[in-house]
Design a binder for this molecule. Structure first.
Ligand SMILES: O=C[C@H](O)[C@@H](O)CC(=O)C(=O)O
Ligand SMILES: [Zn+2]
Length: 278
């Protein structure tokens, strides 16, 4: 297992950062690599991001030295989304079929987690977002059409999109994690406008279904000092609590958003209009 550590980063550091510094701190471009399990442990609310792309052989979620735990979920919970083709997650011997965009919640105390692809030539791509957990909530699978759907945006502002909340206060329960998937409709490019920060939580964005010749321009930074990251398919952006997160693609795309922190109230955000950004 390839594991590494990221953060923390203070907003005062941003003006001195080169583009490469920003990418090194906030972007993970090798989380989803065929045949490999990867983990990035962070100081952003102690979230660990996991990627597993099983090909010929199943991949087991092993622990990482950074969390000093006997097994990965000894002290944490995880939300897993399949952003690839069909696959299966086996948790303590129970198989959960993971169609594209299925979401699986695993609570603290699940010992054995194994990822498998249905077809090694068209692998599943499992993205996991894990946070510390004080208790154990039950394992729940959400099929691709399950969750609370919010239709957002307008064609005139090129941001018609479908936001699906899966792990949240009125859905699958968790200690900290709030997680869902947003998909832009064809011909729409803007996500999350107006921008917002949420001082009480960190948020990670895993962009997928980004065409090979397309990019998403992810906006980040404090509202008075914004920066951008150019993001491709299967790449992860880590957004600290002080950072806005909005973006525009060169064409439509989708992303998994996931948060952890002080509360789980989806609407606890401080909006910033685009005219206020600098
Ligand atoms: O705190 C919430 C997150 O930023 C996203 O859920 C917003 C989003 O996906 C969207 O507006 O398109
Ligand atoms: Zn947000």
């Amino acid at each position: 297992m390839a594991s590494r550590t990221r953060g923390p980063v203070s907003p005062e550091q941003i003006p001195g950062f080169t583009q490469q510094d920003l990418r090194d701190r906030f972007l993970v471009d090798d989380l989803l690599v065929p045949g490999r399990l990867s983990a990035v442990s962070t100081q952003f609310d102690r979230v660990v991001a996991v990627g597993a792309v099983p090909t010929d052989a199943p991949i087991e979620l092993t622990t990482i030295p950074e969390i000093r735990s006997e097994y990965f979920l000894e002290h944490r919970e995880i939300g897993i989304v399949n952003v690839g083709d069909d696959g299966t997650v086996t948790a303590d011997g129970v198989e959960y079929p993971m169609a594209p965009e299925a979401v699986l919640y695993l609570g603290r105390g699940v010992r054995e987690v194994v990822f498998t692809s249905a077809d090694p030539a068209a692998p599943a791509r499992f993205y996991g977002f894990s946070a510390p957990a004080h208790t154990s909530y039950p394992t729940v699978l959400a099929r691709p059409d399950e969750g609370t759907v919010r239709e957002l945006g307008e064609q005139a502002t090129s941001n018609t999109r479908r936001l699906r909340q899966v792990i949240h206060e009125n859905g699958i329960r968790s200690c900290q994690i709030v997680m869902g998937v947003t998909r832009l409709l064809e011909g729409n490019m803007w996500n999350t406008l107006p921008s917002h920060t949420h001082e009480r939580r960190s948020e990670f964005y895993l962009y997928f279904d980004v065409a090979a010749d397309a990019r998403v321009v992810h906006l980040m930074g404090e509202p008075s000092e914004t920066r951008h990251l150019l993001v491709g398919d299967g790449e992860l952006v880590m957004s600290p609590s002080w950072s806005i997160h909005s973006g525009v693609g060169s064409r439509a795309y989708a992303f998994v958003w996931a948060m952890a922190g002080e509360n789980q109230s989806f609407d606890d955000m401080d909006h910033v209009q685009i005219t206020e950004l600098v």
